[in-house]
Design a protein around this ligand. Structure first.
Ligand code: ADP
Ligand code: ASP
Ligand code: MG
Length: 422
């Protein structure tokens, strides 16, 4: 008998019929003798619907009181789906109870809309498990030190599940979703994408941070920190498939580098449309300029991703960086109104029509020429590279967003990631 955490995403919880199927699958695991903690997302579309209602009232603000209410609002989506799942389990003849984040409690900091989990008190959950209940814990939410409801950022139910698994030292955390594992790239963009049987923790961390939304990045961080056995698998297989077969399906996140020895140089391609570029043309090329620009941006709590500074001509240089698209307008306004007047008012150009495409692979550590193969493949497609950034196991480029699909498909082919190859 083992303690197992299941997480079901929005599509998997998308209708009462699907919730019934989830309940049947969970019941199968419980009847096999396991203790089950289940973390559901809101039904698909529900979080967007709720946040959309708030935006109808107030489209854009940086007011903390407003963000507090956004979290109180968005958290209801998971509360509803959790209670529905508990009801469906009871209908299957299993004792079951659902808890909101604050009832567990899952304690977080107070950063509304992107709170971090600080601790989880599992006493109540353990008592329920010991009395034979299946425990449902809402994904995506927690409670801050003042008792306010917080949420963990979009896609945060993955993080709730892995954090619960870590806190309770679960034998495994199974992330059930609408694809049957982690693929070489998003199978919705490249139908030839191949499922990976295993992916190393480091590669998964890069893929998640570079835009593969199959796992939220913080869930991967938690899995790495606490060595939580983590598997991504489909919730759309028949619920009654053999449990041993199911337990081996999908993609396992591994922590052993040795297992990766035989792997391809590039394991996957990630991409994101969530970024925007800001370029400042003709700033004085002297000490302190980067600090003046980026210090102001950081102070406004806006994260910067890639940064490029060109060589100077006549004492002036061009400076570009990317920010999350949601922060683009705010960053532009801040720079134009507060920072540029001090720097001789150089021109500030914003571009939200960009995307970032990245190749990821542990093998890049020990192979040269991988980045140049990437650039060659993009140039063959006539795609202009606007920015480049590299680390040990990834290379990212910023390109015009209209070339996103073309670039991802070309790179997928160039690095032999397609299925049915020898
Ligand atoms: P859930 O609601 O279950 O959390 P998400 O929509 O958040 O599901 O994540 C699953 C989706 O992630 C898939 O439907 C797929 O389109 C997308 N995705 C992006 N990159 C990958 C990848 N490398 N492998 C698998 N799925 C990916
Ligand atoms: N319901 C939340 C969202 O849509 C959390 C999640 O699904 O993981 O972002
Ligand atoms: Mg998700």
């Amino acid at each position: 008998m083992a303690l197992i955490v299941h997480k079901y995403g929005g599509t998997s919880m998308g209708s009462t019929e699907r919730i019934r199927n989830v309940a049947k699958r969970v019941a199968k695991w419980a009847r096999a003798g396991h203790q089950l903690v289940v973390v559901p997302s809101a039904m698909s579309g529900e979080t967007n619907r709720l946040l959309g209602l708030a935006k109808e009232l107030v489209p854009d603000t940086s007011n903390t009181d407003y963000f507090r209410e956004l979290d109180a609002l968005a958290a209801t989506g998971e509360q509803a789906s959790s209670a529905l799942l508990a009801i469906a389990l009871q209908a299957e003849g299993l004792a079951s109870v659902s808890y909101a984040g604050w009832q567990v409690p899952i304690r977080t900091d107070s950063s509304f809309t992107k709170a971090r989990i600080e601790s989880i008190d599992d006493a109540r959950v353990r008592a329920d498990l010991a009395s034979g209940k299946v425990v449902i814990i809402t994904g995506f939410q927690g409670v801050d030190p003042e008792g306010h409801i917080t949420t963990l950022g979009r896609g945060g139910s993955d993080t709730s599940a892995v954090a619960v698994a870590a806190a309770m030292k679960a034998a495994e955390c199974l992330i059930y979703t609408d694809v049957d594992g982690v693929y070489t790239t998003d199978p919705r963009v490249v139908p030839e994408a191949r499922r990976l049987h295993t992916v190393s923790f480091e590669e998964m961390l890069e893929m998640a941070s570079l835009g593969s939304k199959v796992l939220q990045i913080r869930s991967v961080e938690f899995a790495g920190k606490y060595k939580v056995p983590l598997r991504v698998l489909s919730s759309f297989t028949p619920w009654d498939i053999d449990i041993h077969e199911e337990a081996k399906s999908g993609t396992l996140i591994t922590f052993e580098e040795d297992e990766q020895m035989e792997q391809a140089i590039v394991s996957g391609i990630a991409f994101t449309r969530d970024e925007a570029k800001i370029s400042i043309i003709g700033v004085p090329d002297k000490p302190g300029i980067a600090y003046k620009i980026l210090g102001a941006v950081a102070q406004a709590n806006i994260d910067v991703d890639m940064i490029i500074q060109n060589i100077s001509k006549g004492g002036l240089t061009d400076f570009s960086f990317t920010v999350n698209r949601n922060d683009h307008a705010r960053a532009m306004e801040l720079l134009k109104n507060q920072v540029m007047p001090d720097l001789g008012s150089p021109e500030v150009i914003g571009d939200a029509k960009i995307c970032k495409v990245s190749i990821v692979g542990i093998g890049m550590r020990s192979h040269v020429g991988v980045a140049s193969r990437m650039f060659e493949s993009l140039s063959e497609e006539g795609i202009n590279i606007q920015m480049i950034s590299t680390s040990e196991i990834k290379t990212s480029v910023v390109i015009n967003e209209k070339y996103l699909e073309l670039a991802v498909r070309a790179l997928h082919k160039a690095f032999d990631l397609e299925k049915n190859q020898a």
